[in-house]
Design a protein around this ligand. Structure first.
Ligand SMILES: [Zn+2]
Length: 247
């Protein structure tokens, strides 16, 4: 069920079929000179929509902003703080729980480390608060990076590179304006930098020229199948009884 489109009685009936909700988290973030700012949202919504269709889980509307650190000085990136993202995740899960949902897949299309860890942190708090719920936090980009490695030619592909460009070419080719030069950022290992754009002026991490729509179609399928698997696992998971044993 796509929750955006259903009525009150349909929602109520839908709970009899499934009590699982998939919540996509995107971003409004620069993706080089060739991909739209909504790239992460576009990808994650489509993965979640297809997975909801195949598993019978419900699809919530996406959160279209995320925590963006390394691109925050590039034009077009508009982000939220970790406190806001955390509060949003907490509020949404609490309210869906009040409305009858019990299993929650928080799926991120934005792969920023701080962003994903903030969702994990919110999930941990929710497990403490709401004893009946099950929670998964998934970065779908990282799932593709692992499971789709054989399809990717350039090494160390990441932001707006071969994977993301391929996926947008598959989903919305009219939004792709050519390509951007290959680029690999040179951030220092431990030191945090104020002038982030200096370390990757083009805002690309990888080689977008190696992208293709066919590759994008196959990578999307990998992400959808992986999410379906995780949703089924989440729904089938039983908490061990007792729960107070020492490790
Ligand atoms: Zn992205």
């Amino acid at each position: 069920m796509i929750l955006d489109n259903v009525t009150m009685p349909e929602y109520e009936r839908g709970l009899r079929d499934s009590r699982t909700v998939i919540i996509p988290f995107g971003s409004l973030e620069e993706h080089g000179a060739h991909l739209p700012l909504c790239t992460d949202t576009l990808q994650v919504v489509e993965v979640c929509r297809r997975a909801a269709e195949r598993t019978g889980a419900h699809l919530a509307p996406a959160v279209p902003y995320g925590v963006c650190r390394s691109t925050r000085n590039h034009p077009g990136t508009v982000g939220i703080s970790t406190a806001t993202l955390r509060a949003l995740a907490l509020d949404l899960v609490r309210d869906f729980h009040r409305q009858g949902m019990r299993s929650f897949a928080l799926v991120s299309g934005h792969a920023g480390r701080t962003h994903v860890l903030t969702l994990v942190d919110a999930g941990e708090q929710l497990l403490e608060e709401l004893p009946q719920i099950r929670v998964s936090v998934i970065s779908e980009y990282h799932e593709i990076q692992k499971a789709g490695a054989a399809l990717v030619e350039a090494s160390d592909d990441s932001h707006a590179g071969e994977i993301e460009t391929s996926r947008v070419l598959h989903l919305r080719p009219e939004l792709v304006t050519g390509t951007s030069p290959a680029e690999w950022p040179d951030f220092p290992e431990a030191r945090l930098v104020r002038d982030k754009r200096r370390h990757w002026p083009g805002g690309v991490w990888g080689d977008p020229a190696r992208a293709s729509a066919e590759k994008g179609r196959r990578l999307m399928e990998i992400a959808v199948e992986r999410l379906c698997q995780l949703v089924r696992e989440l729904e089938g998971y039983q908490e061990p009884s007792g729960g107070d044993e020492l490790p």
